[in-house]
Design a protein around this ligand. Structure first.
Ligand SMILES: [Zn+2]
Length: 649
């Protein structure tokens, strides 16, 4: 099977929306600390049932959600939330620092900033905001980003508040942490471009770098999220929400290309078979009786749910097509199973996979009889669970199968860890916005824009050049340190060291730390203070070069809490110059034969032997220079005393 589809041939189009958290002290509409908390000291509960007028939609998914009276439990901490997050006090004025950053980013993207900015409310129905809406400010329109030789257009730039952090959801109670609610984000929407998945990654990387160059955005996992809109020829736009890493982005786009192309192939086959909309779900029967005594565990579990029932629907001309896979794992049956999970059901059964899962031939035949299926070409879908869920799910399946005749349904999907996507909800219509009445509009004067122009970050090329010139880093290392989470701290350390070279610092903070992370160790324990402390000790000669990563490793393994503890756990006791001298002289004496044979060429072997004894206790450079000096002296003495046949030591 050919799994390489040419993205150009199918006209792959990708639009991106990037949400970047800003590095500010306060939140967008209050002065609470803009940091995530682990410890909460207060909880409160709200009931949530959005009204029809708020939803503005008759979509079965939205209606289903609105039928559920949800209990939402919020967790709050005094340091990271106040009455504003609890929706018990109106929002304060927009945080000036956040607005300044959003304006600088808009200037960097050549975007057109409005004279007067308005705070708007966007309805959210999932409880992720205590107020029932998210506040957002359209800061600028249009603009562009140059990526290689391509110019990518910007649609809009918004400043908005982040939602509360989802802690858990058991279907009845949903729990959120308020620490993240109100954290300022900049949302940049790019126009869709025709390109390859790799080019999309490059666009995201370039935009991410431009943002980081401002030095005023948050870094680390979760501080930047991508929503991608993906479509191909003859398909609808599919939105994949919340991609966090660049390599995941490429995988997700590749998977969607295959999935969408596969769905189009299926649609063509269905058209050839003369499947039509009105024959999808034209008979729906309650088959609870037939399955009541089934030996299938899955069936019995579903029936044991509150008012558990089983319904079957006839789908004409779909026989063999439910399980048909144009590409591995891409089939209608799987799409339907993903769909019904939204309605709280575990999945579906379809006629292509039955008898199976404990459902026997007689039961299948009884279902077929009840649905009046006699042709091989006809299929059925079987759904079980609580009756109200089953009814909603049947309705959604009919709609979904009707779309299958055309190919790709417009929907919102979520990325998985393996870089695939799963259905999360039907695509909502354009969000309805209302003006925020509690905050007055914000004028942006042209003089303010002019003064902010000086703060526009340098381009990536300019930054890399300056890293090369200032610190002597090669291009690769300059890129690595810039893309890492340690760029700011690198500059701080490199600027204050006397002995330690910037190249050494950069390579420890990139390659070496990454290789420790790849072993599954957590670098989050390495605070800026710890990193600075370790390099200072190195600069003062208190630890050897080799000690830097050993100490980081001890801390990351949680085998030590402080640098001092890590040092003693490693047995690093700083060795004095005098002790070093004694040890080296000892090594020379013990290797006299090698020295006489190899003369100065013995230095490599001796260095190796020295490091075995001295690693982590003295600096390698120091050992090397002392070793050379001693060796030269040794040889000189040895040669001059050769006549008298005495030894120099
Ligand atoms: Zn607050």
């Amino acid at each position: 099977m050919d799994l390489t589809i040419d993205p150009v041939a199918i006209n792959l189009k990708v639009g991106m929306e990037i949400h970047q958290q800003l590095a500010t002290n306060g939140k967008l509409f209050c002065s609470c600390r803009s940091k995530e908390t682990e410890k909460y000291d207060k909880t409160f509960v709200r009931k949530l049932r959005p009204t029809q007028s708020e939803l503005g939609s008759y979509d079965p998914a939205v209606l289903f959600e609105s039928k559920k009276m949800r209990t939402i439990k919020y967790y709050a901490s005094r340091t990271s939330s106040c009455l504003v997050e609890a929706d018990e006090e109106p929002p304060h004025d927009v945080d000036g620092e956040s607005l300044e950053i959003a304006l600088i980013i808009s200037l960097a993207l050549h975007s057109d900033i409005g004279d007067e900015l308005h705070v708007m409310r966007k309805i959210v129905i999932d409880g992720s905001n205590t107020s029932g809406f998210q506040r957002t400010i359209l800061v600028a329109n249009g603009g562009y980003l140059d990526v290689d030789k391509k110019r990518v257009r910007v649609q809009s730039i918004c400043l908005e508040e982040d939602a509360a952090k989802l802690i858990s959801d058991n279907g009845k109670i949903r729990e959120y942490g308020l620490d993240r609610l109100g954290v300022p984000l900049v949302e940049i929407a790019l126009e869709p471009v025709t390109c390859t998945p790799e080019e999309v990654m490059l666009i995201a990387l370039t935009l991410g770098r431009l943002l980081r160059a401002s030095k005023r955005v948050a870094r680390g996992l979760g501080s930047i999220r991508q929503d991608v809109n993906i479509s191909i020829d003859d398909g609808a736009v599919v939105e994949v929400k919340g991609v966090q890493q660049l390599d995941q982005l490429v995988k997700v786009i590749r998977y969607e290309m295959l999935r969408q192309h596969g769905l189009i192939i299926i649609a063509q086959k269905l058209t050839d078979r003369k499947a039509v909309e009105k024959e999808i779900g034209d008979r729906i029967e309650d088959v609870t009786e037939i399955l009541a005594k089934s030996s299938s565990k899955v069936v019995i579990n579903s029936l044991q749910e509150n008012n558990g029932i089983f319904k079957a629907m006839r789908v004409r001309h779909f026989g063999g097509m439910m399980g048909f896979e144009p590409y591995p794992d891409i089939r209608i049956g799987k799409q339907l199973s993903e769909l019904v999970r939204f309605y709280g059901l575990g999945g579906i059964f379809h006629s292509d996979e039955l008898p199976g899962y404990g459902i026997n031939v007689e039961e299948v035949q009884a279902i077929k009889n009840k649905l009046r299926i006699d042709a091989e070409m006809d299929a059925f879908v079987l759904v079980g669970g609580a009756s109200y869920k089953v009814d909603f799910a049947i309705e959604a399946i009919i709609q979904r199968l009707k779309i299958a005749l055309n190919g790709v349904p417009p929907e919102t999907r979520a990325p998985t860890l393996e870089g695939k996507t799963v259905f999360s909800r039907p695509r909502p219509g354009a969000a309805r916005m209302y003006p925020e009445t509690d905050i007055s509009s914000i004028p942006v004067s042209s003089s303010r824009i002019t003064s902010l122009s000086e703060k526009v970050p340098k381009t990536m090329d300019e930054i890399l050049n300056s890293l090369t010139n200032k610190y002597g880093l090669n291009k690769k290392l300059a890129e690595q340190i810039f893309d890492s989470n340690y760029f700011n701290i690198f500059e701080e350390i490199a600027g204050s060291m006397k002995e330690v070279r910037p190249t050494f610092i950069a390579s420890k903070l990139t390659e070496d730390l990454i290789s420790l992370e790849r072993q599954g160790l957590d670098s989050a324990v390495l605070t800026d203070e710890i990193i600075i402390d370790v390099f200072k000790r190195l600069d003062n000669g208190m630890i050897a070069k080799e000690g830097v990563i050993s100490i980081f490793e001890k801390l990351m393994k949680k085998e030590a809490k402080t640098v001092e503890e890590a040092k003693s756990a490693l047995g690093i006791t700083s060795i004095s110059d005098q002790e070093l001298e004694i040890i080296i002289e000892q090594i020379l004496r013990e290797n006299r034969a090698i020295i006489i044979e190899k003369q100065l060429g013995a230095v490599g072997i001796l260095m190796g032997k020295s490091m075995v004894l001295l690693r982590g206790r003295a600096d390698g450079h120091k050992i090397n220079s002392m070793l050379r000096k001693k060796l030269e002296y040794f040889l000189m003495k040895d040669n001059s005393s050769a006549a008298r046949t005495s030894t120099p030591f």
